[in-house]
Design a binder for this molecule. Structure first.
Ligand SMILES: C[S@@+](CC[C@H](N)C(=O)[O-])C[C@H]1O[C@@H](n2cnc3c(N)ncnc32)[C@H](O)[C@@H]1O
Length: 247
């Protein structure tokens, strides 16, 4: 993705006193590519392979959904891998500031696949005639009680042979394992240049906003929706990407 105006994330570098809850506002939009690549181990790998999975699964004259598209990194990876298939990408986000910049980035990258940007809640939109649905680090922000119905709607909207990609931060049981994988993640962030203050203030800000679940919970919910095959294809520390196929 061509980043037009790269800025370093220092949103949590100074003491904030009472740390506010995390929101996807203009300040986050301005530093988002730097924030996500220095915070999520494997982010670039997951985005690149989202494109590769798109190349395998997207069928002519179908829809691809990028739910929680942010600045369109996954949208672009899909777009570049399905040129000439007469497919449409529907990229959805409910943060206006994200979508405004996403449109500028898509224009600058000359994405050729037809792409509709939708400002809306992914729990409210229709999903139809889909050969690919992507939720890269978005489901974790959806209220827990809305997740089963969202996954059910995606299953119903996918055509047979269609693919769902879900990338998430995970929680683990027992707590000692959760602590180990969180510590490894924080070590990754330190190696990326974040200070202990930044790491702890970001953790406080995102707690209760990003609610992770266990891998087991994800797999069981996917099976309950009807996905007969669902498996992680990538994991680094407490970050994972799953693929689920509808037969
Ligand atoms: C971590 S970012 C996703 C990153 C992006 N998928 C990528 O690959 O770069 C999460 C995004 O989901 C959006 N989001 C969270 N909850 C949402 C909802 N209920 N409906 C629509 N968008 C949502 C946020 O505004 C944010 O842009």
């Amino acid at each position: 993705m061509k980043d037009l105006d790269p800025k370093r994330d220092n949103l949590f570098a100074n003491p904030l006193g009472a740390v506010p809850g995390f929101v996807f506002d203009q300040a986050v939009v301005d530093v988002f590519p730097d924030m996500i690549s220095r915070s999520v181990p494997g982010y670039e790998t997951i985005v690149a392979h989202t494109g590769e999975l798109a190349a395998r699964f997207v069928q002519p004259s179908t829809n691809c959904y990028d739910l929680g598209c942010s600045l369109g990194a996954s949208t672009l990876a899909i777009s570049q891998n399905i040129e000439g298939r007469d497919a449409t990408i529907v990229a959805v986000d409910n943060a206006s500031a994200m979508l405004e910049k996403c449109q500028i980035i898509l224009d600058a990258n000359s994405a050729t696949t037809e792409t509709q940007l939708v400002n809306g809640d992914i729990c409210d939109i229709d999903i139809t005639n889909a050969s690919l649905v992507v939720m890269n680090f978005t489901l974790q922000f959806v209220p827990l009680e809305k997740r089963p119905a969202l996954l059910e709607k995606i299953y119903q909207g996918l055509n047979p042979g269609g693919c769902l990609i879900i990338s998430e931060k995970l929680s683990f049981e027992p707590e000692s394992l959760n602590t180990l994988l969180s510590d490894l993640h924080h070590g990754f962030k330190r190696a990326q240049g974040y200070s202990d203050l930044e790491i702890s203030q970001k953790r406080d800000s995102i707690e209760n906003v990003l609610v992770p679940e266990t891998l087991d919970t994800h797999i069981q919910r996917l099976r309950a929706c009807g996905f007969q095959s669902a498996s992680p294809w990538f994991q680094c520390f407490n970050f994972c990407s799953l693929v689920a196929i509808k037969y």
